[in-house]
Design a protein around this ligand. Structure first.
Ligand code: HPA
Length: 273
């Protein structure tokens, strides 16, 4: 996907959206979709209609881009994302992020469902992502570098913005919501991890594990966007409880975490957008 493809998609959106273009975008992970539906005066694009967006691999799960206002502030909510486990070429996982950048977005808020490696952060709790480990084996920045996006060797020292994370913490405090902090490790999936893998990830310094988010962070930092993120914890990681992991369980606890996450994100938008 070239620079021109990205600009072409951004033009398509600009031609069909008349309002104030947001400077903040949120990517809503699984179970967190409802917030996008709350956007006022929304212009909604199906990913199916956006030129160059990755083809969904599950029928009816295309995803939508909602542009409008939340808490009176202009925002874009990305409902659904492409995952590496779907078999997309790695560069495709940078595409939506680059389109947001081409639209003028400067702050990207990434959310996901994740397993927790921390005893204190059980199912239903929230973890602010303070750093990540890319254990997925893929990288969306591989290939010929187009300097119009960013440098060949982007720095990741400040991949997760300390200032934005502080804003999230202050919003959480005001709402009396506990916001843990930790390092997110991306595994490619689609299987959940083995207990031995989780043991290894713990030694490596992981606090939460999931199958997304890191490609978007890498693409966003490449183009110079500021990034913050929250994992909504759906389960303790494999081997921590003796129970098996199921997608249904992750959906159930995702819904519980989503209530607090929506409150937190609304306060964050009001404060920062
Ligand atoms: N592992 C990987 N991805 C996940 C998990 C997990 O335990 N829970 C939700 N997404």
């Amino acid at each position: 996907m070239s620079y021109e493809d990205v600009q072409n998609c951004a033009s398509y959106i600009r031609e069909r959206f008349n309002g104030e273009m947001p400077k903040m975008a949120l990517v809503l992970g699984s179970g967190l979709n409802s917030m996008a539906d709350a956007i006022e005066d929304a212009t909604v694009f199906s990913y199916l209609d956006l030129p160059g967006f990755p083809e969904p691999t599950v029928e009816g799960h295309a995803g939508h881009m909602h542009i409008g206002k939340l808490e009176g502030k202009p925002v874009i909510c990305m409902q659904g994302r492409a995952h590496a486990y779907e078999g997309h070429a790695p560069e495709k996982l940078a595409y939506a992020t680059r389109v947001l950048w081409a639209l003028g977005v400067e702050i990207l808020v990434l959310t996901n469902a994740a397993g927790s490696l921390m005893e204190k952060a059980g199912p239903g709790s929230l973890v602010a992502i303070t750093d990540h480990i890319n254990f997925s084996g893929i990288n969306p920045l591989v290939g010929v570098n187009d300097d119009r996006f960013g440098p060949r060797f982007p720095d990741m020292t400040s991949a997760w913005d300390k200032g934005l994370t502080k804003d999230l913490q202050q919003c959480a405090t005001a709402l009396d919501i506990t916001l843990h902090e930790g390092t997110y490790l991306m595994a490619k999936g689609p299987n959940f991890e083995t207990p031995a893998e989780i043991g290894a990830f713990r030694v490596m310094g992981a606090d939460a594990v999931g199958m997304s988010t890191v490609p978007e962070c890498l693409a966003a930092r490449h183009v110079g966007m500021r990034v913050c993120g929250i994992s909504s914890i759906t389960n303790y990681a494999a081997g921590m409880t003796g129970e098996e992991l199921t997608h249904d369980e992750t959906m159930e606890f995702g819904a519980i975490a989503a209530v607090n996450l929506e409150k937190l994100l609304r306060a964050f938008i009001e404060r920062v957008a």
